[in-house]
Ligand binder design. Structure first.
Ligand code: OKP
Ligand code: ZN
Length: 338
């Protein structure tokens, strides 16, 4: 598998996340990438494709905020990572707020997604990896490519961060594919958590079908998106498919729901497939509650590869660090036709 990753991705090392009334060690660590790299074989650096493909998805002011947020935090006299504390439950709108504290709440939706010193360079590097993978596939260089992104991206929207995500790598790849005439595009999200950012970005877009299999948001993060009645709007009406599953789901039930998602993608007439792959559906994931094995990751890859579509896979979550490279390798082996 043609695989991309940027060394800059190691520079994002959030210290802690505020969850359940406590500060915990952050689950999304540089060690995740290090473990994936031990299993990945040859990995290409993505090169720099610039900001244009990022700005085709993300709001300019939001990107400027991300670049500057940690410096503004330090300038306000703070130490450590920037984390917001006040969030706009009432109608979010583009306000010109003056202080970093307000901006963190304006652009962020949770307290588990810190902005640290190396965050911008890392998220830029991860986005470049996704862009390089997308370029490789749409140019015909390769039928499939995998971007070892971290931090992940699928919770990030056009102008917001959250859920450990800052730039939406899958959405950037999808938009690039559409722009290059490789549409219609389907994004299949198999991370344990619903990909709310990707859903929001393409909600009213009829060129991109979004299908997600995830833990039911009635019990799991991100709670406010991922419900089965979210079906798209306007031109995108019917082009959004949420398939929530209960905690404890094993391969037996997962397989039939994945078959449903693959049928819907075929019916949509997708010519390019983007996969948001998260290994946090693994039974021994420390923050998630599905029951898939490493062998199931390969079965998942096989079913997705059987669609026979040009495929760009981007890494999302997966927090059992010791098993991460093995799970990714199993998924890739399946995707390649194993
Ligand atoms: C990001 B991705 C556990 C609570 C934190 C946030 C989960 C973010 C998942 N420490 N919940 O979709 O894998
Ligand atoms: Zn996840």
């Amino acid at each position: 598998m043609l695989t991309f990753s940027s060394p800059a991705q190691m520079g994002h090392a959030p210290l802690l996340e505020l969850v359940n009334g406590a500060a915990e060690d952050h689950a999304e660590t540089p060690a995740r990438l290090a473990n994936m790299l031990t299993m990945a074989g040859t990995v290409e650096a993505p090169g720099d494709h610039g900001l244009a493909p990022i700005l085709a998805v993300h709001d300019h002011d939001y990107v400027a905020f991300l670049k500057d947020a940690h410096a503004a935090w330090l300038a306000a006299g703070r130490t450590g990572d920037a984390i917001g504390y006040a969030f706009p439950v009432r109608a979010r709108r583009p306000l010109a707020l003056d202080r970093i504290d307000g901006k963190l709440g304006q652009y962020g939706f949770d307290t588990v997604t810190p902005i640290a010193a190396g965050t911008w360079e890392a998220v830029h590097g991860a986005a470049q990896a996704a862009i390089a993978a997308a370029e490789a596939v749409v140019s015909g260089r390769s039928d499939k490519a995998f971007a070892l992104c971290r931090p992940p991206g699928h919770h990030a929207g056009r102008d917001y961060f959250g859920g450990y995500c800052y730039l939406n790598n899958a959405a950037i790849a999808a938009r690039l594919a559409v722009a290059r005439g490789a549409g219609p595009v389907a994004v299949l999200d198999v991370d344990y958590h619903h990909g709310n950012g990707t859903q929001d970005i393409f909600y009213a877009d009829g060129d991109v079908f979004f299908a997600s299999i995830h833990a039911d948001p009635r019990t799991d993060f991100p709670y406010f998106w991922g419900h089965a009645d979210e079906r798209g709007a306007g031109e995108g009406e019917g082009a959004n498919l949420n398939l929530p599953l209960p905690r404890g789901t094993d391969w037996r039930s997962y397989e039939s729901v994945l078959a449903t998602a693959m049928e819907a993608i075929a019916r949509f007439g997708a010519r390019t497939l983007i996969v948001s792959y998260g290994a946090d559906t693994f039974a021994e994931d420390p923050i998630s509650q599905f029951s898939l094995s490493t062998q199931d990751m390969q079965r998942m890859g096989t079913m997705i590869g059987a669609a026979g579509l040009p495929t760009i896979a981007v890494m999302e979550g997966g927090y059992n660090v010791a098993a991460l490279g093995r799970n990714v390798a199993a998924f890739i082996a399946g995707l390649e036709g194993g």
